[in-house]
Design a protein around this ligand. Structure first.
Ligand SMILES: NC(=O)c1ccc[n+]([C@@H]2O[C@H](COP(=O)([O-])OP(=O)(O)OC[C@H]3O[C@@H](n4cnc5c(N)ncnc54)[C@H](OP(=O)(O)O)[C@@H]3O)[C@@H](O)[C@H]2O)c1
Length: 238
């Protein structure tokens, strides 16, 4: 799809990757960007084309209000994410529920609510789900989170044929580690949010169904294509 002139909505837009996606969209010529956040006062609206919007993706009443306020969206980017559950043997049910609440139920509820809006887009709307390399195989140190990202990937695949009939594309973004608050305590090579955001937009522009937006993700995608088992073992060895 063409980014220039689009009307985008980005969830979790107040920091990290979401904030970088908003800046990259403005730079690429988006007509308007709804920067959605749990606390819209924390959104840096660095231009008249950025409109802060209150949206906790786990709150159906806020989703309904967001749909009314942002009824002209052509590109929906589900970026909001949470990391509460680590080792699957020791994570509490509440921690696992918290990750599934945002990654799975939150994303799905936002998509369901915005479908009527995206169906009205003359040349077809686009949905982008920010997932993770852990959607393809578990990173055991983040086992509960990995399971939620794998479930979100499965839902993305489930929706694809349904949405195709409505001329809506749904794309999965599978980044490697990004230098944000989420993984600040994990010592590993990371890509900057700005570089990841640029790779993400390039993938949207190409219409890639699976977008590997950073160099590490691209490297891992080669391994994934070669052998799913080797990919799983590479993650397990960290
Ligand atoms: N960092 C990585 O290494 C990495 C790698 C692969 C994929 N990802 C994915 O990239 C996306 C962005 O993550 P990040 O690295 O930028 O993490 P981050 O810095 O922790 O930011 C997470 C964002 O999600 C928002 N959020 C959390 N729960 C929410 C909810 N219930 N409703 C609305 N927004 C909510 C946060 O809002 P608050 O400020 O209100 O908490 C924040 O804006 C996530 O989907 C993450 O899983 C990250």
């Amino acid at each position: 799809m063409k980014i220039e002139g689009c009307v985008a909505l980005v969830t979790g837009a107040n920091r990290g990757l979401g904030q970088a996606i908003v800046s990259a969209l403005v730079e690429a010529g988006a007509a308007r960007v709804y920067a959605a956040a749990r606390d819209e006062r924390r959104v840096s609206a660095d231009g008249s084309r950025v409109l802060p919007l209150t949206l906790d993706v786990t709150k159906p009443e806020q989703i309904a209000i967001a749909v009314r306020k942002a009824g002209d969206v052509t590109l929906l980017i589900n970026n909001a994410g949470a990391l509460n559950s680590f080792n699957v043997l020791t994570a509490s049910p509440a921690e696992i529920d918290a990750d599934f609440g945002v990654q799975v139920h939150g994303t799905l509820n936002v998509i369901r609510a915005f479908l009527p809006v995206l169906e009205r887009v003359p040349l077809g709307g686009t949905i982008v789900n920010v997932l993770s390399l852990t959607s393809l195989a578990s990173f055991p140190a983040l086992g509960g989170y990995s399971a939620s990202k794998a479930a979100a990937y499965s839902i993305t695949q489930s929706l694809r044929p349904e949405l195709k009939k409505k001329q809506i594309d749904i794309l999965a973004v599978l980044p490697g580690p990004i230098d944000t608050d989420m993984v600040k305590d994990l010592p590993m090579p990371k890509t900057s949010p700005a570089e990841t955001a640029r790779g993400l937009l390039a993938g949207i522009a190409r219409g890639d169904e699976e977008i590997f937006p950073d160099p590490l993700a691209q490297q891992m995608s080669v391994l994934w294509n070669k052998s799913h088992k080797e990919y799983e073992r590479a993650f397990a060895s960290f």
